[in-house]
Design a protein around this ligand. Structure first.
Ligand code: ZN
Ligand code: ZN
Length: 243
C-alpha cells in the first residue's frame, strides 16, 4: 500500500468545534489581559512546538537538538489541536513534494479556499508512506501518536479542574489561534500556484509567513531573511540548536 490514513477525523473535529464554542464564555467572562496572556502563551507553543518542532525540526530536520526538545514539541503540540507530529509531518512533506499540484494535500488552487481554511483537508488525509520513513521509527513520535488523545483529554480535565477560565484561555484559545494561524498560512501562503510571503499569516504562526522564502530553501530554519521579516522561531532555534 502506497498510502496510509492516520487521521482521527471525529476527535480532531470535535476538539476544534468545542474550542471555538468556548469563545462564547471567553468573551462573556474573560478580561482583556487574559486574551493577551493567552495570545503570548500561543506564541510560546507556536515557536517551540508547531513552527519550531513540527515544522522546522521534524518535517525538514533543519537543525538538531537535545532529547528534551522532542518531548516539549510533542507535548506542547496538544495545545495546538493540530493532531500528532506523525500525521502533520507526513502531510507537510507531501505538500512540499507536490506543492500547487493536485497531489498537494492543501492546495488552495485545486481544492478551493474554504476546503483549506476550514481544515476539511486535514481531517481526512491519505499520507504517502514514503514521507513517513524515518520519523515512524522515532519512539517519542510513535508514543505521542498512540496516546495523543489520551494526553489531550487529561490536559482538558486538569485545566478544567483548576479553573474553567484556565481551560478556556490556557487551552481552547491557543487551539483557536493555531487553527486560524495555519489556515491563513495555508490559504494565503500560495497564490496563482506559487508560494508567496504573507505578513498576515506570519503574525499568528511566529515566523512562518515568509512562505516563499521557505519553499526556496526548505532545509534552512531561518525563514525570515531580512531584519524586518519577523521570525521569532528562528531566534529560538539559534538558542537551542546543537552545532
Ligand atoms: Zn507551501
Ligand atoms: Zn515546510
Amino acid at each position: 500500500m502506497r498510502y496510509v490514513n492516520l487521521t482521527n477525523t471525529s476527535k480532531l473535529l470535535l476538539n476544534h468545534i468545542g474550542c471555538h464554542l468556548l469563545l462564547i464564555p471567553a468573551f462573556m467572562y474573560g478580561e482583556w489581559w487574559m486574551f493577551l496572556l493567552s495570545f503570548l502563551w500561543w506564541q510560546v507553543i507556536a515557536i517551540i512546538s508547531i513552527s519550531g518542532g513540527y515544522h522546522r525540526y521534524y518535517s525538514h530536520q533543519s537543525f538538531t537538538a537535545n532529547s528534551w526538545y522532542k518531548y516539549a514539541v510533542n507535548f506542547l503540540g496538544i495545545f495546538s489541536g493540530a493532531g500528532p507530529v506523525l500525521t502533520w509531518v507526513g502531510a507537510h512533506r507531501q505538500h512540499h513534494a507536490h506543492s500547487d499540484t493536485e497531489h498537494d494535500p492543501h492546495s488552495v488552487s485545486y481544492k478551493g479556499f474554504w476546503h483549506i481554511y476550514l481544515n476539511i483537508w486535514g481531517y481526512d488525509i491519505n499520507l504517502e508512506r514514503k514521507f513517513l520513513k524515518g520519523i515512524i521509527r522515532d519512539k517519542t513520535v510513535r508514543w505521542f501518536y498512540e496516546n495523543y488523545f489520551k494526553v489531550n483529554v487529561a490536559v482538558i480535565i486538569i485545566f478544567a479542574l483548576i479553573d474553567p477560565l484556565f481551560l478556556i484561555f490556557g487551552y481552547a484559545l491557543p487551539v483557536v489561534f493555531a487553527f486560524h494561524g495555519y489556515s491563513i498560512l495555508n490559504t494565503l501562503g500560495h497564490k496563482d500556484r506559487n508560494p508567496t510571503n504573507t505578513w498576515i499569516g506570519n503574525i499568528l504562526t511566529a515566523g512562518e509567513g515568509w512562505h516563499s522564502n521557505h519553499h526556496d530553501d526548505s532545509k534552512n530554519y531561518q525563514i525570515g531573511r531580512t531584519w524586518w521579516q519577523w521570525d521569532p522561531t528562528a531566534v529560538f532555534i539559534k538558542l537551542i540548536k546543537h552545532d
